[in-house]
Design a binder for this molecule. Structure first.
Ligand code: NAD
Length: 278
């Protein structure tokens, strides 16, 4: 039976350490969050980030923009926040309305305040293994592996999914730690041919219980990034069929309580880092 990688517990520990650091170093971190439009899920995410900020002692500044906001207005706000010395980090909650260009918006956020790690400058810095802000979910995955002393160097790591916010930065992070990385995606043929090779398997595809025990190697470390609704029960489940895979893996993350809580903890980490630098 696999050991559970407890993301909830680790995230709590990280938040407590950050809270201590903010007090001891007399930091004044401030996160400015921009929310455009009325996406209900985004409102919940923003509320959760606000709660985490309060707990740690990070000031939270919310900018609610209407669905009709123009690109000019959005960029104007980002530029103003870039210039303000009291703002340590800027986060643009996605998705934003379709008439706005999210790429341009991310590019406009100053790389020094880009706590989500979505600015191409930070993506490039990660690519050449320079210090940078790293996208919070993949960063959280790396932190979990480190905390549970999972060796990465020389291991075969298979990443399923190649999105800009999860899969791609994760591929780079694992490569920077000297793993042999195999990248798979929706056009990969015979997926299990690759997943069976994984010492470390990370799934970020968004398909409920898609990864079965016959797709993994005995003793693999399995990290489940997926957050899906079980079509029958409506319960939140991962990409991995936890009940069967946990019998074969050596370590596994649960959903919920795995990667999810780590994402917000790493965002808080990035904001505190930004406050130290700026
Ligand atoms: P995405 O839709 O942008 O990307 C999905 C990726 O999976 C694509 O690269 C696609 O090629 C690949 N894929 C899809 N079906 C596949 C298949 N059958 N075989 C192999 N590859 C396949 O999604 P995303 O934003 O990267 O998110 C992925 C999942 O992770 C979602 O469930 C999302 O909710 C979850 N997520 C969780 C967190 C967290 O904090 N835990 C954060 C971000 C995303």
């Amino acid at each position: 039976m696999a050991e559970i990688i407890d993301g909830k517990k680790l995230a709590k520990k990280i938040r407590e350490e950050l809270k201590k650091e903010v007090i001891e170093k007399k930091l004044s971190p401030k996160l400015a969050v921009i929310l455009v439009g009325n996406d209900e899920a985004s409102k919940i995410y923003v509320r959760n980030k606000n709660k985490a900020c309060e707990e740690i002692g990070i000031e939270f500044e919310e900018h609610l923009l209407s669905e009709e906001t123009t690109m000019e207005e959005l960029l104007d706000l980002i530029n103003k926040l870039n210039e303000r010395e009291d703002v340590s980090g800027i986060l643009l909650q996605s998705p934003i309305p379709k008439h706005l260009n999210i790429k341009t918006a991310f590019e406009t956020i100053s790389p020094e305040k880009d706590v989500d790690g979505f600015n191409p400058i930070n993506i490039g810095r990660l690519e050449i293994n320079e210090p940078s802000f790293v996208s919070c979910t993949p960063y959280g995955v790396l932190k979990m592996l480190k905390e549970y002393k999972v060796e990465i160097e020389g291991k075969t790591a298979v990443v399923i999914g190649r999105s800009n916010i999860v899969g791609k930065p994760l591929i780079q992070l694992l490569l920077n730690k000297n793993a042999t990385v195999i990248v798979t995606h929706s056009k990969t043929r015979n997926l299990e041919q690759y997943t069976k090779q994984a010492d470390i398997l990370v799934s970020a595809i968004g398909k409920a219980r898609y990864i079965k025990s016959d797709m993994i190697k005995e003793g693999a470390v399995v990290i489940d990034v997926g957050i899906n609704r079980d079509p029958k029960t409506g319960k939140v489940v991962g990409d991995v069929d936890f009940d069967e895979v946990s019998k074969k893996a050596s370590y596994i993350t649960p959903v919920p309580g795995g990667v999810g809580p780590m994402t917000i903890a790493m965002l808080m980490h990035n904001v505190v880092q930004a406050a130290k630098k700026n």
